[in-house]
Design a protein around this ligand. Sequence first.
Ligand SMILES: [Fe+2]
Length: 269
Amino acid sequence: MSPAAGDALMIFRDSTPMGFLKVYLFKYYRQNMQQLRRSDINESIALAQKVIEHFGVHLPFFAYWTPEQWTKAGSEFDEIRACMLGWDVTDFGSRDFKNIGRILFTLRNGKPNNKAYPKEYAEKLLIDPEHQRAPAHFHRSKREDIICRRGGNILVQLTKADPSGNPSGDKFTVQKDGRTIRLSPGDIVRLRPGESVNIPPRTIHQFWGEEGTGVKMEGVGFTLSSEISSVCDDWEDNVFMDKNVVRFPAVDEDEASRFHLCHEYPAAS
Ligand SMILES: [Fe+2]
């Protein structure tokens, strides 16, 4: 869990008058920070394409399709729409995209309880600028491998969730590249390029590119990681520790979209 997210949780648990004042100030601060802008999304995707190209990885055609191309796309592309393949850029409602956010590309996925899309697995490519991380969360049913591919290191912080969904104080084990490792709550696993860790369901996790280890592009260190998991349902399966998190937040449309996000495709023409 990031220091910022941890502080926020402590504030919401404080029921003293000072605690209520802190909650008010926290909400005021949050409301007055910058909403995720379409220009941020456009820039992030353009930079992600460059980073991915730099690392010698190739993406399928729909990583480059414009909104105009999508208006002419027929039902043969429905798997992309239904399984939410493609670009996913979010600040999780943090209004602090530089530090709390995610830029990723979903390559493959299924759709639970839909026979038309029976894949039981998912794969995502994650672009990890140093300093940016997703809010701490666990999955009700998804099991995922986080794999550090290229660039710097990925740090993965792990804690088991108790039956109520709160952080557990129990020790636990995970598999790191086939090796069983024993962890205490909040321990951080370092993944160097090529290494991976398996995150079972109901394991609170947060991961990010280790500061100072990524490949510098436009002044920021980048690492490329991927997630291979059971089928991913980002609408229903995520439990965030900060209950204010919004997985797909509203966007300030300060300029035209250059690419649709994975939940923005128009219906087949
Ligand atoms: Fe996750």
